[in-house]
Design a protein around this ligand. Sequence first.
Ligand code: NAP
Length: 525
Amino acid sequence: MSVQLDSYLEGAWKSGEGAPRSLINPTTEQELARIVSVSASLRDAMAHGREVGGANLRKLSFAARGELLETMAKVLHDAREELIEVAIQNGGNTRKDAKFDIDGGTAVLAHYAYLAKQFGEQAWIVEDEPVEIYRGAKIRAEHVLVPRRGLAIHINAFNFPAWGMLGKAAVSLLAGMPVLCKPATSTAWLAHRIFTLLLDANCFPAGSFQLLMGSAGDMLDHAGPQDVIAFTGSQGVGTTIKTHPQVIAAGTRVNLEADSLNAAVIGPDVESGSELFDLVIRDLVTEITQKAGQKCTATRRVLVPESALESVREVLFDRLSAIASQTGDPADKAVRMGPLTSKDQLADARAGITKLLADTELVHGDPERSGGFVGVEAGKGYFLEPIVLQAKPGTVMSADASFHQHEVFAPVTTLLPYDGELESAAKIVGLGSGSLVTTVYTDDRKWLAGAVAELGPYLGRLVVANEKIANASMSPGCVFPVANHGGPGRAGGGAELGGVHGMSLYMQRVAVQGGASQLARLLGK
Ligand code: NAP
């Protein structure tokens, strides 16, 4: 039976008025839940967050806020099985995909709970050592971070309803900023269930965590100068938010995590049959098919030395065929890939493949396959089997090529044959106009040293893999709370997580200037 998912604003559950939006099971196409957007102005709810929630949070030390995060992680861990079931039904996640999202979220909570222990009882974080303001001067300057007095407005994408919500909330609650979270509507059931569990367990102080279901309403009209908007989603919506007149007028801080044409670069020394070659294939299969390719960090472009093209194609296609035959109802434990999360998502993916075909050939998979999925009624569900395209000759170095322009948010990747030269690899990666992550596979140290300098400017994260770590490596799409998440240009220009670095998004950096002993007394050094 379909449930109604309400918003939680100003300390109470609120249902909206007007036409409901349905949340659909993407395997069966049955309605699971409904959301009616709140039509009243959000001005008071936002003020409640800033005034009541902010004050309540700042009464607590960093260590006490860290304890809240620890309790949140525990509450969610205890409810893990129930949450996995919701993710399977509403997100079309396999059990493994659901765990990736939910455990990823609790891991961020646990990590920031652990970090909190180092900050002591003061209301700020000292960032660096005092420095003379000029050589020989008695006056010093020192940078400290203090919680901003506004509201952290979190607008999340549909693909990680748990990790997206908890990853952002952990950092801002520890930093001392209250949260208003707006999950993406199509998969919002999981975010709603998580919020309800945390609320019922009394995990956060009054006003410090509010939930807005459905549309954003007039939220941006009330953005303030101390607020922070942290958005994850498409470049188009990100631009709308960044250029909203009130956001510009108020000077609201905005962090965008948007589209990304991540790459895997296979070095010229990687030999077929080596452990490193096996790692390349293993990572590619994971990064094409995990969460049915609906991952911001999924590998969209694979740079393959021309000499290795045949062997990569042969082994990769073989492994992807195995997954195509085990694609279906994610509730079935034998299934390795589930559906896309919505009908619109499937239509977008197919349209995106058509766009990429202007500069590529289809070399693996059938974008129109509509039947034969494990445990699924014929013609039902939003399934797409893994698709591999290959750049047409002469297109790889072209800035206008569709595969350097357009992200297909689905199990789709493009092989880009190249000459194996570092300069070519850097140019091709850079044509993606900024990515979250790129992985370089090579045992050639000189090549790798060049890769850091040449690829680095286009990336938020560079993963390097060689034969030695081939067995211990984690697939590059895993985002860890200790490492920066974000990327330049098309990827939004944002930066989240990265341990303490991530907290600075929700804090004001103040250069405190004064006498050396005065600063030492004041800031505790
Ligand atoms: P989307 O359509 O841009 O939506 C993202 C969020 O923005 C949703 O919560 C959506 O709400 C909301 N929204 C839509 N219009 C809005 C407006 N005018 N004002 C305020 N909020 C608005 O993206 P999506 O389809 O959910 O996610 C897929 C995209 O996210 C992909 O492009 C992917 O690359 C990107 N992504 C990036 C990262 C990253 O870390 N870089 C991570 C995950 C996903 P509704 O759902 O209610 O429309």
